[in-house]
Write a protein that binds this ligand. Structure first.
Ligand code: PHE
Ligand code: ZN
Ligand code: ZN
Ligand code: ZN
Length: 285
C-alpha cells in the first residue's frame, strides 16, 4: 500500500479551517460552512475521476447532504465502505472532530485514484451530515439500503477523531474479522492498539452495525483521559484528555497530532489495499 503524505492531509485540514473561519467559525450541519465543506471535497473527488452523489438527509434535524463517492472498479456486489462525518458542532470548526477523519479519507481517495490499481472489491467513500445531532446522516443512508444493497457492503470502516493531540490508538471491534487489516497495520508499527471503548455506539459505524454490516475503524480519543499505562506505551500526557478541545472553539489546526494523524492515514491505505486491491496477500474479511 502507498504511504499517505500527512502534509497533504494537513493541507485539507487547513482548507476546512479556512472554510469555518469564513462562515462564522463553524461547519455545523445545515450551515454554509457545512455546504462549503461538501463542495471542497466533492470538487477534489470529481477532478480525480470519482462518481460522486449528494444525498439529502430529509430526516436530519438540519437539512444537509451526505456525500457518497464511488471509485469505478471492482465487482459492484462486493463493496468496502469507508466513512467519516463531515459536520462539526456549532461551537467550533471541528478540525479534529471530524476534519481529521474527513481529510484522511479524502487524501486516501485521491491516492487510490492516482494509483488506479486493479480492484478485487468496489470501494465507496462517504462523508456524513448530522452526526453531531445523533448519527443522523449515516442512519438515513444505512436505513435506506435495501436488503440486497446491505448484503453487498462487506464491511464499513469509520474514522472519527483520528488526529487527537494527546491521542491513543483505538480500533472499533478490535478482535473482529473486519478489524484484521486495521490492527495488522498498527501492530506492524508496534503501537499495541486497544479497543475503542470510549467511542462504542457513538459514531456513524453504529448506524451500519444496527443493520447488520460488519464495522471497524480507527479513533484517537475524545474527552476521556489518557491513563498512565497508555502514556507509557504511546507517549503524551497521562491524566489529560485525548482531545482537550473536544467540541470547543479551540478545535483548530493547532489541535492535531501529525504523528497520530499520519499513522491513521497510512492504516487506511493499508486497509484499502488489503481488503480491495487485487493481489494483496491477506484475504479480505
Ligand atoms: N461521535 C463523537 C462526536 O462526534 C465523537 C466520539 C468519538 C466520542 C469517540 C467518543 C468517542 O462527538
Ligand atoms: Zn463531535
Ligand atoms: Zn465526531
Ligand atoms: Zn494508521
Amino acid at each position: 500500500a502507498p504511504d499517505i503524505a500527512v502534509a497533504n492531509v494537513q493541507a485539507h485540514l487547513a482548507q476546512l479551517g479556512t472554510i469555518a473561519s469564513s462562515n462564522g467559525g463553524t461547519r455545523r450541519s445545515g450551515t454554509a460552512g457545512y455546504t462549503a465543506s461538501v463542495a471542497y471535497i466533492k470538487g477534489k473527488l470529481q477532478a480525480a475521476g470519482y462518481t460522486v452523489a449528494e444525498q439529502t438527509c430529509t430526516s436530519c434535524t438540519y437539512r444537509a447532504n451526505n456525500l457518497i463517492a464511488d471509485w469505478p472498479g471492482g465487482p459492484s456486489d462486493q463493496i468496502t465502505m469507508f466513512g467519516a462525518h463531515l459536520d462539526s458542532v456549532s461551537a467550533g470548526p471541528g478540525i479534529n472532530d471530524n476534519g481529521s477523519g474527513s481529510a484522511t479519507l479524502l487524501e486516501n481517495a485521491l491516492v487510490l485514484a492516482q494509483q488506479h490499481p486493479t480492484m478485487s472489491r468496489h470501494v465507496r467513500f462517504a462523508w456524513w451530515a448530522g452526526e453531531e445531532q445523533g448519527l443522523q446522516g449515516s442512519a438515513f443512508y444505512a436505513n435506506g439500503l435495501t436488503s440486497t444493497q446491505r448484503s453487498q457492503i462487506k464491511a464499513y470502516y469509520n474514522f472519527d477523531m483520528v488526529g487527537s493531540i494527546n491521542g491513543g490508538y483505538f480500533i472499533n471491534h478490535i478482535t473482529s474479522a473486519a478489524a484484521v487489516p486495521m490492527k495488522a497495520y498498527w501492530d506492524s508499527l508496534g503501537l499495541q492498539p486497544e479497543e475503542n471503548t470510549e467511542g462504542a455506539g457513538r459514531s456513524d459505524d453504529y448506524s451500519f452495525e444496527r443493520v447488520g454490516i460488519p464495522t471497524s475503524g480507527y479513533a484517537a480519543g475524545a474527552s476521556a483521559r489518557k491513563t498512565s499505562a497508555q502514556a507509557a506505551k504511546w507517549g503524551g500526557t497521562a491524566n489529560s484528555a485525548y482531545d482537550p478541545c473536544y467540541h470547543q472553539a479551540c478545535d483548530t489546526t493547532s489541535n492535531i497530532s501529525a504523528t497520530v494523524l499520519n499513522r491513521a492515514a497510512d492504516g487506511v491505505a493499508a486497509t484499502i489495499w488489503q481488503t480491495s486491491v487485487s493481489g494483496t496477500t491477506t484475504p479480505p474479511p
